[in-house]
Write a protein that binds this ligand. Structure first.
Ligand SMILES: Nc1nc2c(ncn2[C@@H]2O[C@H](COP(=O)(O)OP(=O)(O)O)[C@@H](O)[C@H]2O)c(=O)[nH]1
Ligand SMILES: [Mg+2]
Ligand SMILES: [Zn+2]
Length: 350
């Protein structure tokens, strides 16, 4: 028997369930997504579930269950079930599906905190941190930066300096799986019933950190290739695990590319402090790019705004704009397509 409140079940979710036509059935949380089925934690135990046709119908792939989703199922046999409904999502981390302009991919849903994991070796990248941070904040998820492998040699001064512009917006932890005293503060930071998604490139130590937090081997970890400095993809799926006495941890495989998947423009201005200068910009609708006299450009010229951070801001701004306009266009296309096919049906009926 599982106590689902340890997995985050609460009154708000209960209320959401009451709105479903399947409210009399059982609920559970998706712990992992396999190719053809879903692993679901229910009160009765762990189940393997498939999707009912009505759930599939009319949904885009990003709307299908992802790790962390709360679902309603009809049980059958021993430990099997059919998913008949998905409770509305909250705090869902999306990314842009690679190779597409405007398709989203759901990474994890109903998450409270995102641990953005970076290792203190050659993989350390402030630009990547910013990218994760923007998308995380966009969904009202709290970002936390975890800098792993602190047992390796690194320049603390350089690291602090490069993170200065984002450091006040999120807690930062330095960890090493070789020193339990660096893991303890992270564990203390995790509250009971809180869901945490771990994101970051492969090989940075996400699975190792989860194992260290749980004090047992939950996930297998990879050897780092000496030549490329990269980890092999050991974790191949997004999977949820309950940490003893507190917290729900969601491991994810490293992604090569984490593309923005929403209109992040306001979040971007805030993170990069551009909004402070933009307010005093005398041009309305200014893009803050090359307009002479623009207050933001001025701040860059006088060094109040760091050039690298500003360039990063522009790049992400462009990417988010590109995503949202393509998505908007696509929706318009889909709408007119469905209008055309409705029209066609009507003509056929005549
Ligand atoms: N020196 C050192 N190595 C670590 C640390 N954490 C993880 N590693 C190593 O980094 C490699 C990749 O770790 P893994 O957890 O599989 O990374 P993931 O792909 O992000 O899940 C493994 O060889 C780990 O032993 C650390 O704190 N210090
Ligand atoms: Mg892993
Ligand atoms: Zn301007």
């Amino acid at each position: 028997m599982n106590n689902l409140s340890l997995y985050g079940w609460n009154d708000t979710l209960f209320q959401l369930k009451q709105a479903s036509q399947y409210k009399h059935l059982y609920h559970g949380r998706v712990a992992a997504v396999n190719k053809t089925n879903y692993e679901v934690i229910a009160q009765s135990g762990r189940l393997l579930c498939e999707l009912a046709g009505n759930v599939l119908y009319g949904r885009s792939s990003f709307e299908l269950p992802c790790t962390g989703d709360w679902i309603i199922f009809q049980p059958f046999d021993d430990n099997k079930g059919i998913i008949v409904d998905i409770l509305p999502r909250k705090h869902t981390l999306y990314r842009r599906k690679s190779g597409t302009l405007s398709d989203r991919q759901a990474i994890a849903s109903h998450v409270d905190k995102a641990f953005i994991v970076q290792s203190l070796d050659i993989n350390f990248s402030v630009r990547r941190t910013e990218r994760f941070m923007v998308q995380v904040l966009e969904e009202n998820i709290q970002p936390i930066l975890i800098l792993t492998k602190s047992d390796l040699e690194f320049n603390r001064h350089e690291v602090d300096k490069s993170l200065k512009h984002i450091a006040r917006q999120m807690p930062i932890f330095f960890t090493s799986i070789l020193s339990p005293e660096t893991i303890l503060p992270v564990r203390k930071f995790i509250q009971q019933e809180e869901s945490i998604v771990f994101v970051g490139s492969s090989g940075v130590g996400k699975s190792s950190l989860i194992n260290a937090l749980c004090e047992r081997t939950v996930f297998s970890t990879s050897e780092i290739s000496k030549s490329s400095g990269k980890g092999r993809h050991t974790s191949t799926r997004r999977e949820m695990v309950l940490m003893e006495d507190s917290g729900i941890l969601i491991d994810t495989p490293g992604v090569r590319e984490f593309g923005l998947a929403s209109d992040n423009s306001e979040t971007l201005s805030e993170i990069f402090d551009v909004s402070d200068f933009a307010e005093s910009c005398r041009f309305e609708n200014c893009m803050h790019v090359d307009e002479p006299g623009c207050a933001v450009v001025e701040a860059v010229n006088t060094g109040l705004l760091e050039l690298e951070a500003y360039n990063s801001y522009l790049k992400l701004q462009k990417e988010s704009w590109y995503f949202s306009t393509s998505e908007h266009e696509k929706r318009k296309r889909d709408k007119s397509f469905s209008r055309i096919s409705d029209e066609a049906k009507r003509i056929k009926r005549r």
